[in-house]
Design a protein around this ligand. Structure first.
Ligand SMILES: NC(=O)c1ccc[n+]([C@@H]2O[C@H](COP(=O)([O-])OP(=O)(O)OC[C@H]3O[C@@H](n4cnc5c(N)ncnc54)[C@H](OP(=O)(O)O)[C@@H]3O)[C@@H](O)[C@H]2O)c1
Length: 255
């Protein structure tokens, strides 16, 4: 019950890494607002979590690339739960492999809105509530923000921007007792990863290739990332702020 009676917003909380966070925070007694676009998956997960407890969950339909929807969803969460202790800015997308030649500036702007501006806006709208609880912000960036990745210039840039924001906000909000950290996942087995594999000729061998990149020869799980988010959202990490925590199963070691 490490999040008992406390409230968290998980953007993109219906599936993948965000789904793992919704599940774990609810299992630890938390009040969880699941934000996503797809109503069916969001409502289904909220119903499942409410039937299991011990925490409580609500689904709020929200496209995080639309700041006014994000503001409304955050205010609705605070009305519902009476408080906000953490926002996990997780919703994001990795486009299929594309060269810079084939990426239009408009496409880049759209991805920036989804992956980065939403992180800024989610933090901005949550901060007045987080100041009251001395809460935390957890941003889900990516290992490729610092490693780079072939045919993903736009994506890597949006993820690196989240890290800069994390460090600057940690400084600014440290005065108010609000901590801000980022998690940089490596290869995690989620619907996004499987959607990417499905764009290739042989999805199963592509997934095996990705699994083999880790020292353990497997991908990470959403729950493993959620456990780091829980650590960052609780006093277990009271002395940790402005950090970009690499969770990549050793994939970047042993060249
Ligand atoms: N999987 C990996 O290996 C990996 C590695 C590094 C970083 N990441 C990062 O981790 C985050 C989550 O990735 P994932 O693999 O868990 O993705 P996923 O399996 O595709 O899940 C994405 C979640 O975000 C929601 N979402 C997508 N666009 C949204 C929007 N515009 N507004 C609100 N919700 C939206 C989706 O629901 P709806 O579609 O219904 O809205 C879903 O709940 C992303 O930021 C990604 O860049 C993932």
């Amino acid at each position: 019950m490490r999040f008992e009676g406390r409230a968290v917003i998980v953007t993109g909380g219906s599936k993948g890494i965000g789904g793992g966070c919704s599940r774990l925070f609810c299992a630890e007694g938390g009040l969880v607002a699941i934000l996503a676009r797809g109503v069916e998956a969001g409502e289904a997960l909220a119903a499942e979590l409410n039937s299991q407890g011990p925490g409580r969950a609500v689904f709020i339909r929200c496209d995080v690339s639309q700041p006014e929807q994000l503001l409304q969803a955050i205010e609705q969460t605070v009305q519902e739960f009476g408080r906000l202790d953490c926002i996990i800015n997780n919703a994001g997308w990795h486009p299929p492999a594309t060269s810079i030649d084939d990426t239009s500036v408009e496409e880049l702007r759209g991805l920036l809105d989804l992956n980065y501006v939403s992180t800024f806006a989610g933090s901005k709208f949550a901060v007045p509530h987080l100041r009251k609880t001395k809460g935390t912000i957890v941003n889900i960036a990516s290992m490729v923000a610092i490693l780079g990745q072939d045919m993903a210039a736009g994506y890597c840039g949006t993820k690196a921007a989240q890290i800069g924001l994390t460090k600057a906000l940690a400084v600014e909000l440290g005065r108010d007792g609000v901590r801000v950290n980022a998690i940089l996942p490596g290869n995690i087995d989620t619907p996004l990863m499987r959607d990417w594999a499905a764009t290739l000729d042989d999805p199963e061998s592509a997934l095996q290739r990705v699994a083999n990149l880790q020292l353990s020869k497997r991908m990470g799980t959403a729950e493993e990332i959620a456990r780091i988010a829980l650590f960052l959202a609780t006093d277990d990490s009271a002395f940790v702020t402005g950090q970009a925590i690499e969770a990549e199963g050793g994939a970047s070691l042993d060249y």
